[in-house]
Unconditional design. Structure first.
Length: 133
């Protein structure tokens, strides 16, 4: 549990550093990775002998299933999951459209990343508190 929790916290710090250095697309990836890492820590707490899946969507769906009774955790996770997973792919790879290419730097604004960073930080703290990690 501890390595995943530390990874989540470190990636929040990396996101802040990159955001302050005006590399918001890199910050966006670290925001997502922090979110996914804390879900892994939670999964290990909820299912100690079951390794978290490696496929992103499977991991996030398992989190929703394992913690279905905790409506606050589930509600917060659902709010973040769809947006963050979509954003993750857009900031990693150029998006080829019919008549143009959307680069990772143009895929998300610095302001959006700041908002996501704040939301994920709150979620990480919520998970740590609710699950006593």
């Amino acid at each position: 549990i501890e390595p995943y929790q530390q990874t989540a916290l470190r990636h929040l710090t990396m996101a802040e550093i990159l955001l302050n250095a005006r590399f918001h697309e890199g910050a966006a990836f670290h925001v997502y990775h922090s979110y996914e890492s804390i879900t892994c820590a939670a999964l290990l707490k909820g299912q100690p002998y079951n390794t978290p899946p490696q496929v992103h969507s499977t991991k996030l769906n398992r989190f929703l299933n394992v913690f279905a009774k905790d409506t606050m955790l589930v509600a917060e996770s659902i709010k973040l999951s769809h947006t963050l997973l979509k954003m993750r792919n857009r900031v990693l790879y150029p998006e080829l459209r019919r008549k143009k290419v959307i680069t990772p730097v143009a895929a998300v604004s610095s302001r959006q990343v700041q908002k996501y960073l704040s939301q994920v930080r709150q979620f990480v703290n919520l998970v740590i508190t609710r699950l006593d990690l």
